[in-house]
Design a protein around this ligand. Structure first.
Ligand code: UD1
Length: 419
């Protein structure tokens, strides 16, 4: 088992190049299943989830290869239409392969993703949308058997909630379906825009991606292309929080401020100076941090649930009382008990977390229980007095490409140990 060992109280200072976006890369890799030609995805982060997506592609009969932050995929032949259970378990977001495999093969078999570390993760909206597009679904012993006896066809679909995964699955299934699909109340996350742009590069006809109405006109075939994955906005937010909690100064390269319009003002309220220019975000946190107005996590363009834990870590040291309301996932405060063990003063009740800023955090042995919560513990360790050990690094590795190297290069005392 691997752990990160951090000796805290070092101000971070320097430049970090932000990795490509995990959530975009995973949807794009699923999208490769639809392409008859070769795809080269650049700026693909080296993450366990990305490698799992490559393994799924290979199991489906495609050829995928990861090298130098690129994934090369040849989906000329997709021979299989079943995603084995071990791979579904490895990466829950593999549900996005459902729409893609259905689009390419007209049938798909995969196991139900079930609950996970953020609480129950239902896929009712994904399934009901696909049914409206002509898919028949049978669930047997946790395995979803999906087929389209008369082919996939376009449909007008209205989502009860702008689900990211459901929007992606519909876009993927609709790209090669017969006729036009319209998604009302679609998710507007930047990763949806990236997926639409990628599919259009491959010959799809999609418009409105990034707005709440997405229109997909099915085409006969998709070809390959070269495409650069967008920068990871949550990783940018994490490094901003790292600067904030250590009173440091960071210049983030390959960072897109326009995707962080709900996040940057929170750091400014904390008293940080933030300048954005070209593809860079500069943050200076030399002044003591202050509490902020209530943060409510919401679908994009609201404050992202994925940035909740890392911003909370910074707020543990902000003078005054801050409140967070987590509206997206029911079980997303599992990092709180561990932060409290490090000296933070946080109380939660249901969706609400109340954070009283403290003067000092103290190093402790803590355990990550999900990806972003794990990152929050690393940030707390960077600011804490003494030594912090963060166990279960495997969660953090799902979303951060060598987090310790990035942090070490800007002055953190952090290393990985195997125990
Ligand atoms: C994606 C992101 C995840 C992010 C989340 C919200 C990926 C791989 N993951 O997850 O990092 O935290 O968006 O921005 O891109 N829901 C239903 N029924 C459904 C689908 C969703 O009830 O059929 C509920 C979920 O339980 C959750 C909410 O809708 O409460 C949002 O989920 P969704 O937007 O679908 O998130 P994911 O696509 O799973």
């Amino acid at each position: 088992m691997q752990k990160l060992v951090i000796r805290g109280e070092k101000r971070l200072n320097g430049e970090i190049t932000v990795q490509g976006a995990k959530n975009s890369a995973l949807a794009l890799l699923a999208g490769c299943t639809l392409c008859s030609g070769e795809v080269l995805l650049k700026n693909c982060p080296a993450l366990s989830d990305v490698f799992a997506a490559c393994r799924i592609l290979n199991r489906l009969g495609c050829k995928s290869r990861y090298y130098d932050n690129c994934v090369q995929v040849n989906a000329g032949a997709v021979s299989e239409c079943a995603v084995p259970e071990d791979l579904m378990r490895e990466m829950r977001s593999s549900i996005v392969f459902l729409g893609a495999v259905l689009g390419r093969k007209g049938q798909c078999e995969l196991s139900y993703p079930g609950g996970c570390e953020l609480g129950p993760r239902p896929i009712d909206m994904h399934l009901s949308a696909l049914e409206q597009m002509g898919v028949r679904i049978n669930e047997e012993y946790g395995v979803l058997c999906c087929e389209c006896p008369y082919g996939l066809h376009g449909a007008k679909i209205s989502l009860g909630f702008p689900s990211v995964g459901a929007t992606e699955n519909i876009m993927l299934a609709a790209a090669l379906a017969k006729g036009e699909t319209v998604i009302h109340n679609a998710a507007r996350e930047p990763e949806i825009t990236d997926l639409g742009n990628f599919l259009n590069c491959c010959g799809a006809r999609i418009s409105g991606h990034g707005t709440s109405t997405v229109v997909i006109s099915g085409v006969e075939k998709l070809h390959g292309c070269e495409y650069e994955v967008m920068p990871d906005r949550i990783v940018s937010a994490t490094f901003m929080a790292a600067a904030a909690i250590t009173g440091g100064e960071l210049d983030l390269r390959n960072a897109r401020a326009c995707d962080l319009e709900a996040v940057i003002p929170v750091f400014e309220q904390m008293g940080c100076q933030v300048f954005t220019y070209d593809a860079r975000i500069y943050i200076n946190a030399k002044r003591p941090l202050k509490a902020v107005r209530t943060i409510r996590t919401l679908p994009y363009p609201g404050f992202p649930t994925d940035a909740q834990a890392v911003v909370m870590a910074a707020l543990t040291k902000a003078k005054g009382t801050s409140v967070i309301i987590e509206n997206i996932f029911s079980s997303r405060y599992r990092h709180v008990d561990e932060l409290v063990r490090m000296g933070a003063d946080i109380k939660t009740e249901g969706k609400v977390a109340v954070i009283e800023g403290v003067k000092k955090l103290y190093g402790a042995r803590v355990r990550a229980s999900d990806l972003r919560g794990g990152a929050a513990l690393v940030l707390a360790g960077l600011a804490a007095q003494g030594e912090t050990e963060v166990e279960k690094v495997c969660y953090i590795d799902r979303g951060y490409d060598n987090i310790e190297k990035c942090l070490r290069e800007v002055g953190a005392d952090i290393c990985r140990k195997t125990s």
